[in-house]
Design a protein around this ligand. Structure first.
Ligand code: NAD
Length: 469
């Protein structure tokens, strides 16, 4: 039995038996061919009905996500908007990224380009956006004509079950989207199942690397990995200190720092940093941390569970032990609940800083002497998801853009506000070069080139002996 708890209260809110990967894959295999044979218009219409069903349940759905993740209600309402908006964006992307084309030849023959769905795709979802992120794989995959076996995170299975019910209510057949309840064990089983044609994963680098190894001998199956980051935010010659501090706070602490694109490292000019750090500290001290429905509304909720709160706290203490200078302390607010105060720490003096994604509300400050060092420090990571520069100088942005290594590169914007209408992915350990969001269409179908003629007509002009000789 898998039990889901409300992290803000510790209450059990949902339970269901652990599922059977074999049974779910076989059901999806049974449903796939008929779905793939439908027109894309039919499939898109079904998903438009899905968006309307989600719209009708918006408050209920947002409340469920808040109760399962501890995220503030205002924030989960925006997650539901993203779920609904995904349908039209994915329909546009489907036609633009995977179009059909015909080139007519002189003898009435044609060279056609069309796309086919892979078949049955597994989707493994993370806990931090438990509806929006799996939906970001599922909607484009369904539009392209695939069937899905979706295993939500073991920390947010109720949200996963709710999402699947919405597809079914909209008329997507029950054997075209299947729910697999379980944890990493069920994920591994699903990933290794012969009956899937690929796997679309959003989660940790640890999970992604394990899946990459598992898929090593199976180059025939598509594997899309959307992984974590250790994202830099550089502030350099920014004329507005308060606005820069605000963007740094939004980048680091939204969703209690549980965003793949959260700023983890703040890189500033040594000697000119004090006013900025002081402004950030002042905002950090005003941040309200609390349960989803608290009044006044919290800026951030808890992290996902006590184990995660402990890991983030350990990460903070480890940096202090290594010589970091804490400016705002990250600490548990209550011993038995995963609410954390936002942490701010200067780690300039820490040698061999761990290049890890600490998945919580912690921002590390690194002071550097010049802009070249700032870019070098920003690139000093195995990851490459998002990076941002706050600066009044277009010349500095040109240098930054040219030299930074990341899949999302922003200027005077937070590291973490990415658009679904653009590709979303990273380099290094942040993924395997299969960006999602607008480019998800690319990994949901494969291109087929066809040379076609209405009749069999052939002749060999050279290299044959004369039949009379
Ligand atoms: P996670 O890797 O622990 O779990 C993700 C999913 O994979 C879950 O369903 C889990 O049960 C399953 N899983 C884990 N290990 C597995 C394995 N070895 N084999 C098969 N299945 C396995 O991730 P999480 O803690 O739920 O999510 C947070 C992580 O996701 C962070 O690292 C974050 O940066 C990343 N993330 C990335 C993006 C992106 O788009 N790049 C977006 C959101 C979150």
């Amino acid at each position: 039995m898998l039990i889901s708890n409300n992290p803000a209260t510790g209450e059990a809110i949902w339970e269901a038996p652990v599922g059977d990967a074999d049974a779910e894959v076989s059901a999806a295999r049974g449903g796939w061919a008929e779905w793939a044979a439908r027109s894309s218009t039919y499939r898109i219409e079904a998903l438009r009905r899905f968006a309307n069903i989600v719209r009708g349940k918006k408050d209920e759905f947002a409340a469920l996500i808040s109760s399962e993740t501890g995220k503030p209600l205002w924030e989960t309402a925006t997650e539901i908007d993203a779920v609904m908006n995904k349908v039209d964006i994915s329909a546009d992307a489907y036609f633009e990224r995977t179009p059909s084309r015909n080139k007519q030849g002189a003898l009435n023959e044609q060279n056609a380009l069309r796309h086919k769905p892979h078949g049955v795709l597994a989707v493994l979802g993370p806990f931090n956006f438990p509806a929006h992120l799996p939906n970001g794989h599922i909607v484009p995959a369904l539009i392209a004509g695939n069937a899905i076996v979706f295993k939500p995170s073991e920390k947010t299975p109720a949200t996963g079950a709710f999402l699947v019910k919405c597809y079914h209510e909209a008329g997507v057949p029950e054997n075209v989207v299947r729910l697999l309840v379980g944890g990493p064990e069920q994920g591994k089983e699903l990933a290794g199942h012969d009956g899937i044609d690929g796997l679309l994963f959003t989660g940790s680098v640890r999970g992604g690397v394990a899946l990459h190894k598992q898929f090593g001998p199976r180059p025939d199956k598509i594997l899309a990995l959307e992984l974590g980051g250790n994202n830099p935010l550089i502030v350099w010659d920014s004329p507005d200190v308060y606005a820069s501090a605000t963007i740094a706070v939004q980048s680091a602490y939204m969703t209690a720092g549980q965003r793949c694109t959260a700023a983890r490292r703040l890189i500033v000019e040594d000697g000119k940093h004090e006013e900025l750090i002081d402004a950030i500290r002042k905002i950090v001290e005003r941040i309200i941390v609390g349960p989803p429905d608290a009044t006044p509304a919290p800026f951030m909720g808890c992290v996902i569970d006590n184990q995660s709160a402990e890991a983030v706290t350990d990460g903070f203490l480890d940096l202090i032990m290594k010589g970091g200078n804490p400016i705002s302390h990250l600490r548990r607010i209550e011993d038995d609940k995963p609410f954390l105060t936002p942490g701010l720490i200067d780690v300039t003096g820490v040698e061999n800083r761990p290049d890890e994604e600490i998945f919580g509300p912690l921002l590390q400050i690194i002071r550097v002497p010049d802009f070249s060092s700032a870019i070098a420090e920003a690139n000093n990571t195995r990851f490459g998801l998002s990076a941002s520069l706050l600066s009044g100088s277009p010349e500095l942005y040109n240098r930054f853009w040219g030299n930074i290594r990341a899949g999302i590169v922003n200027w005077n914007k937070p590291t973490n506000g990415a658009s679904s209408a653009a590709p979303f992915g990273g380099i290094g350990l942040s993924g395997n070069h299969r960006p999602s969001a607008y480019y998800a269409a690319d990994y949901c179908a494969y291109p087929v080139a066809s040379a076609e003629a209405p009749a069999v007509r052939a002749s060999i002009g050279v290299g044959l002996k004369d039949p009379q000789s």
